[in-house]
Design a protein around this ligand. Structure first.
Ligand code: ZN
Ligand code: ZN
Length: 105
């Protein structure tokens, strides 16, 4: 989670999204507030540490430089979004009911 606090030596091996190898990324640009920009030692692709919790894999940096998640985590993230949206009407109803209750008190 606090990946910006870890030093270069702490980069754990993870899967490179470009070549599919498990690599220990080399830091190209150290970022204090954002994630470090890394490089795959195998295929030289620009990669970033995935933001997913408990995930050691890397996300492809590309030109945008700020992909948040590796493919696996991105899919997980999308699914959780879908779930959230599906449950949203219910959550809103609950919220409205709670507000009505507090108004009566
Ligand atoms: Zn690679
Ligand atoms: Zn991930």
């Amino acid at each position: 989670m606090w990946s910006f606090l870890t030093s270069e030596e702490d980069k754990r091996p993870g899967m490179c999204p470009n070549c599919g190898e498990t690599v220990k990324a080399q830091v190209v640009e150290s970022n204090r507030f954002r994630r470090d920009l890394c490089k795959c030692p195998n295929c030289q692709a620009r990669i970033l540490i995935c933001r997913g919790t408990e995930c050691n894999d890397y996300a492809l940096g590309g030109n945008r430089y700020d992909d948040e998640y590796c493919e696996t985590c991105f899919k997980k993230f999308l699914n959780s979004c879908k779930e959230y949206i599906r449950e949203l009407p219910e959550k809103l109803r609950e919220h409205a009911a709670k507000q009505q209750k507090s108004k009566k008190q």
